[in-house]
Design a protein around this ligand. Structure first.
Ligand code: CP3
Length: 344
């Protein structure tokens, strides 16, 4: 029996063990690069219909596990279901991205009518996926970090530089803190419920953490995530958490190091060895193959994989991309990557 068959390799790594070859999963592994996803998605109608349909969401969560045997499955949902449960209207414009009615001031925030039971179908997805997973496969839940979620809530859409949220944080910090506080409370409730429904660990996506520096980063990125982790651990002691403050420079990574999490996701372009120097040897790192290298394939891909493996060897590491897999990624390139990582 292989080592991986004994216990979940991702959980071992989150416990501080250096597992070799490193376990692997990919952000956005359930998504448009898979023909079977596109087929299920067409059946569901809209992307949000898919997120809230437990049978179909469970199916797309399992698709990449069946095809590639990744070491972790990630719940199929979206970070923006939390603002929706907080009462904000949400829709996706095909080919463009998410839209929300902006919460630009205190009056708009006070007008929201939260209803966290809107998240119930997502727990049902987890209960359906759980028994279908191979025993060695770790099941990951997730939410967005309050800063990243707030950038969408305040602007009403994705923005290039997160300007509207940065302006709100600087111009009306009491209002912005109130937005963050609502997201923190809802996220604790949401992640605790995900654990109770059957996930093994959770990842907190702070995709736009790179937009803040220094004290702003500490206040809006580190402190809210710290509160979420503390809130989860009050209910589920030792709950494994992966923080993903994407795109931060060394001084901010040093501030993030205060988070009591088991792993840090590292975005593409960041140097894994430098991140190790900042974060120390015991915490697990996750990442950070460039999604463009996975599109390029061939020797470009092999060299990029080898660079990640070289930095990961002998340390607790989870192989992943530095951001989500892109829809145009050829499936043979994913297969080539898996073979190379699994060969160590
Ligand atoms: O990783 C996974 O496989 C789990 C599912 C997952 C999705 N979104 C599915 C999705 C996760 C973890 C997310 C997180 C998410 N969503 C983030 C943080 C991580 C990141 O990518 O930076 C953010 C910022 C969002 C918000 C969001 N959702 C945007 C901006 C978009 C539109 C862009 C796009 O790719 O279309 C989405 C849509 C989305 N979320 C899709 C998927 C599979 C594509 C929807 C489709 O099928 O058309």
């Amino acid at each position: 029996m292989s080592e991986a068959g004994e216990r979940k390799s991702v959980l071992k790594v989150l416990g501080g063990e250096a597992v070799w070859p490193p376990p692997i999963w990919l952000m956005r592994q359930a998504g448009r690069h898979l023909p079977e996803y596109r087929e299920t998605r067409a059946k569901a109608g809209s992307f949000l219909d898919l997120c809230y349909d437990p049978a179909l969401a469970a199916e797309v969560t399992l698709q990449p596990i069946r095809r590639f045997g990744y070491d972790a499955a990630i719940l199929f949902s979206d970070i923006l279901v939390v603002p929706q449960a907080l009462g904000q209207s949400l829709w996706f414009v095909e080919g463009e991205g998410p839209r929300l009615d902006p919460v630009a001031d205190r009056a708009a925030l006070d007008a929201l009518r939260p209803d966290l039971s809107r998240l119930d179908p997502i727990y049902e997805t987890i209960r359906r996926v759980r028994p279908e997973l191979p025993p060695q496969t770790t099941f990951l839940g997730f939410c967005g970090a309050p800063w990243t979620v707030a950038t969408y809530m305040v602007a009403g859409r994705g923005t290039r530089d997160q300007g509207p949220a940065r302006s709100a944080a600087a111009g009306d910090p009491a209002f912005f803190q109130a937005v963050i506080d609502r997201i923190v409370e809802a996220s604790i409730h949401y992640l605790v419920a995900q654990f109770r429904a059957g996930v093994d660990a959770v990842q907190i996506f702070d995709s736009w953490a790179g937009a803040l520096q220094g004290e702003d980063f500490r206040r809006w990125c580190v402190e809210p995530v710290e509160r979420i982790v503390a809130g989860i651990r009050r209910e589920i002691p030792d709950a494994p958490v992966i923080a993903f403050p994407r795109g931060v420079a060394a001084p901010e990574l040093a501030l993030a190091a205060a988070l009591p999490v088991q792993a840090f996701g590292i975005g593409q372009g960041a140097d894994l060895a430098a991140a190790r120097d900042v974060l120390g040897e015991r915490v697990a790192l996750q990442g950070n193959l460039d999604p463009d290298a996975l599109i390029a394939g061939g020797e470009t891909l092999d060299r990029a994989i080898d660079a990640v493996l070289a930095a990961a060897r002998g340390r607790p590491h989870i192989f992943n991309l530095g951001h989500g897999i892109l829809p145009e990624t050829p499936i043979p390139h994913v297969e080539r990557m898996l073979a190379r990582v699994r060969a160590g």
